[in-house]
Design a protein around this ligand. Structure first.
Ligand code: GLN
Ligand code: ZN
Length: 774
């Protein structure tokens, strides 16, 4: 077995299965249709098939294939490795390890699952470990060893891949019973002890290389300074490096820039260090002698074929610049878990575009080929990969000239933008005009947009997509649903109604299918969390809107009622965040193109008589860069694009926006800068925590802190909702408060929604009356 690091590798690979086999198997297990053994058999086959495929794609060297499989989430896997179960899970003893594992992920009865939050600046969600001073931490499960041995038996020497000790603790939160100032990272030595035991065990199993992922080193949002992080790095990896018998260690730093931490790592005994060369930058290699630099040059986050010729040139230059004694390996910038499996199963409707997109795109399999080709080109010279270079060149050339990529009028419209286009004028004027037009009562109630997506709705949409249901029948089915939703809201006595969004498969894909410049995949699934997958759209060209996208639904809904119906749009930032976006134009420019299309839609809604238009930006927080230094620039273009989308209307048209994922801290000022007349926020679970922070910014417009937590099937009582609303009107003057749920209702069922909204409206009434009496 070789102990030099492989010349080409990847940081990680998708694990849901090329046809979402793991999703199906895991969900069958949850439903009790298969048992633990059956699930394990399916997962084993999936893992071995994946290794086989990666080998065929060229990862033939020992340790080139990362064992990055996970049943649910890689952070949960580390929690399991450490046996770091919060108190509430310790009382519950499950029969099998898998049942125990999923208990942490999904909870059961009164036992709440681990909280879920976004993984760095991606749309992947991990399960947040909860650590207290007395949380058990030990080498509790040897799953990395088992996976290695299972692979070895099938003929593959894979590289066990585990979340590193520092990232694990920096992503943890203090358990509810931890003392006030407790920091999970104070348990670093306990975690390192466990990893030492793991290393010894891996060595005994004959593992040549192990990978520790330390993406936390690319963020300065995790409560430690860069200097502290470097100290932790030295401490952790000096200790792990000192384990007498151990595999070689490679540490990865995906998602951003980690220069100082990487330089600190270079002083420790680890044998290889990965750098994200796409989002980050190379450190000084002065102290790298004897180590391997794993250059993450193929983008693991997007789906564009790499400019292979330029990339090869850059790695050749890099090799020439490396000091003597430093080896170079070629890799991806991040795990490929963020991209779909393969372009080969895709077929795009229009023949020219089909040809182009196949040339332009690289999903996970195609990216593995790029990595392998680069390593070959590096060692044998460009002529050895002439064919790959040729295809990559063609992709570059056709992308520059293909129809739809560059539309003169779209570019000109963006170029000629000025500040006035992003400005709605004084809020006082708007407020007065809107009050006059809408004449709403104190504490008006509304919802966030979607109503439950029933089985019938999904079936109708699927049948329509398969051409089994014709347009007219589909339209009728959806209109009937809109009618039901409007009647229901009237019965519930909600003030501002919605049409319920039954026609939308997904809040981004719906628009991507209607806008030019986008396309959607058939099988381009990417894991979002656990067994949940999304199919991001692809934004490849200049964006235009050929016809109104939502006007007929909103006007139909409005025709059914005298109460105002909100028009519903997805904002430019969220459309970009949940799509794969072209990289041949500055993102700020792309955002403005999307914003212009939305601006036209907003105007059409206004002209059709819609008085309130909501533009959702749930992903505003998600794209926030990991380094403070880059945040300002991001907030500038994101806020600007939202304002461009919403500033074309009259003062008496009311603009709403909606944001979720409670961590609003860093975007509080941006929320104000969006300048929406009404902003609804996720706030129920955090008990209105966000309100004082918003008020402290001098926010003067209206706000709807969600009082009904839609993420839980529980029906909240009138008392709970009243209490939350009371808290809200204590933090914000009642004239500026709206009554609404946390988020859209599409994942709930009608029974829950009707009961909860009834209680919500009653809570509004109770607080309104008590205000009138005081
Ligand atoms: N309008 C969308 C809905 O109600 C908003 C969804 C979201 O915030 N994620 O479904
Ligand atoms: Zn939401």
């Amino acid at each position: 077995m070789s102990t030099t690091f492989p010349a080409s590798t990847i940081v990680g690979y998708p694990r849901i299965g090329a046809n979402r086999e793991l999703k199906r198997a895991v969900e069958s297990f949850w439903a009790g249709r298969i048992n633990s053994d059956e699930l394990e058999t399916i997962a084993t086959n999936l893992r071995i098939d994946t290794y086989q495929r990666l080998k065929e794609l060229g990862l033939t060297e020992d340790s080139a294939i990362p064992a990055s499989f996970s049943y649910y989430d890689q952070v949960l896997d580390a929690t399991f490795l450490l046996g770091a179960f919060p108190q509430r899970f310790r009382a519950q003893q499950k029969n099998t390890e898998l049942e125990q594992y999923f208990l942490l992920a999904r909870g059961e009865g009164a036992v709440a699952p681990l909280e879920m939050t976004k993984w760095f600046n991606t749309n992947y969600h991990y399960l947040v470990p909860e650590i207290a001073p007395d949380t058990p931490i030990s080498y509790a499960s040897n799953w990395p060893v088992q996976r290695f041995l299972e692979a070895k038996e099938a003929g593959f020497i894979v590289r066990p891949t585990i979340v590193g000790p520092l990232t694990y603790l920096l992503l943890s939160k203090p358990a509810a019973d931890a003392p006030q100032d407790f920091q999970p990272v104070s348990r670093l030595d306990d975690v390192v002890n466990a990893y030492e035991a793991l290393l010894a065990d891996l060595a005994e199993a004959g593992v040549p290389w192990v990978q520790f992922d330390e993406p936390a080193l690319t963020s300065d949002n995790l409560g430690v300074s860069v200097e502290q992080a470097c100290d932790f790095v030295r401490h952790t990896y000096d200790r792990l490096g000192a384990v007498a018998t151990r595999p070689h260690i490679v540490v990865t730093t995906p998602y951003g820039e980690a220069r100082l931490a990487v330089e600190a790592l270079a002083h420790t005994p680890v044998e290889a260090i990965h750098v994200d060369a796409v989002a980050g930058q190379y450190p000084s290699f002065a102290d790298f002698a004897g180590k391997t630099l794993v250059a993450g040059v193929i983008n693991g986050r997007n789906i564009w074929r790499s400019d292979l010729r330029a990339t090869l040139e850059s790695v050749r230059t890099l090799r020439d610049e490396l000091p003597a004694g430093v080896a170079l390996s070629v890799s991806t910038s991040t795990s490929l878990q963020h991209v779909p499996y393969t372009t080969s199963v895709e077929k795009w409707e229009d023949a020219t575009l089909d040809h182009h997109l196949h040339l332009w795109l690289a999903f996970a399999e195609e990216k593995v080929r790029e990595v392998v080709a680069l390593a070959q080109g590096l060692h044998e010279g460009p002529q050895a990969i002439a064919e790959d270079l040729d295809i990559a060149d063609q992709a570059q050339h056709t992308r520059a000239s293909a129809p739809g990529v560059h539309k003169v009028d779209v570019r000109a419209r963006v170029e000629s933008l000025n500040e006035k286009d992003r400005d709605r004028g004084a809020y006082d004027v708007r407020r007065e005009a809107q009050e006059k037009r809408l004449n709403l009562r104190l504490l008006p109630s509304t919802t966030i947009g979607s109503f439950p997506q029933t089985v019938e709705i999904r079936q109708a949409r699927a049948a329509h997509a398969r051409h089994e249901l014709d347009d007219a029948a589909y339209q009728k089915a959806m209109r009937d649903e809109v009618t039901r939703v409007i009647r229901l809201q009237e019965e519930l006595d909600i003030d501002v109604l919605v049409h319920g969004e039954p026609e939308r498969n997904d809040m981004v894909q719906y628009f991507a299918e209607l806008l030019d410049g986008f396309d959607v995949t058939r099988n381009g699934w990417v894991q979002s969390y656990g067994s949940r997958c999304t199919r991001p759209s692809i934004l490849w060209g200049d964006v235009t809107r050929s016809a109104p996208m939502t006007v007929q639904w909103s006007t139909f809904a409005q025709s059914l009622t005298d109460r105002p119906v909100k028009g519903m749009l997805t904002g430019p930032v969220t459309i970009l965040a949940w799509s794969f976006v072209r990289e041949d134009l500055p993102i700020a420019h792309v955002a403005d193109q999307v914003a212009f299309a939305l601006r036209d839609e907003v105007r059409d809604l206004e002209e059709a008589g819609i008085a309130i238009i909501q533009v959702d930006e749930p992903a505003l927080r998600e794209l926030l860069p990991l380094r403070h230094a880059e945040q300002e620039e991001y907030l500038r273009w994101s806020v600007n694009s939202f304002r461009l989308a919403t500033s074309g209307v009259r003062p008496d048209t009311q603009i709403h926006t909606h944001l979720c994922y409670s961590e609003f801290g860093e975007v509080i000022d941006a929320i104000d800068a969006l300048d929406a007349d009404v902003t609804s926020l996720e706030a129920a679970r955090s008990h209105m925590e966000v309100l004082p922070a918003v008020e402290a910014t001098g926010f003067e417009r209206q706000i709807g802190p969600g009082i009904y937590d839609i993420h839980s099937p529980r029906v909240p009582t009138v008392e709970e909702l009243t209490e939350l609303l009371r808290e809200a009107v204590q933090a914000v003057p009642a004239e500026r408060v709206w009554v609404n749920p946390d988020c859209g209702l599409k994942t709930r069922n009608y029974e829950q929604v009707i009961a909860s909204l009834t209680h919500m409206v009653e809570a509004g009434k109770a607080v309104r009356e008590s205000l009138a009496n005081s």
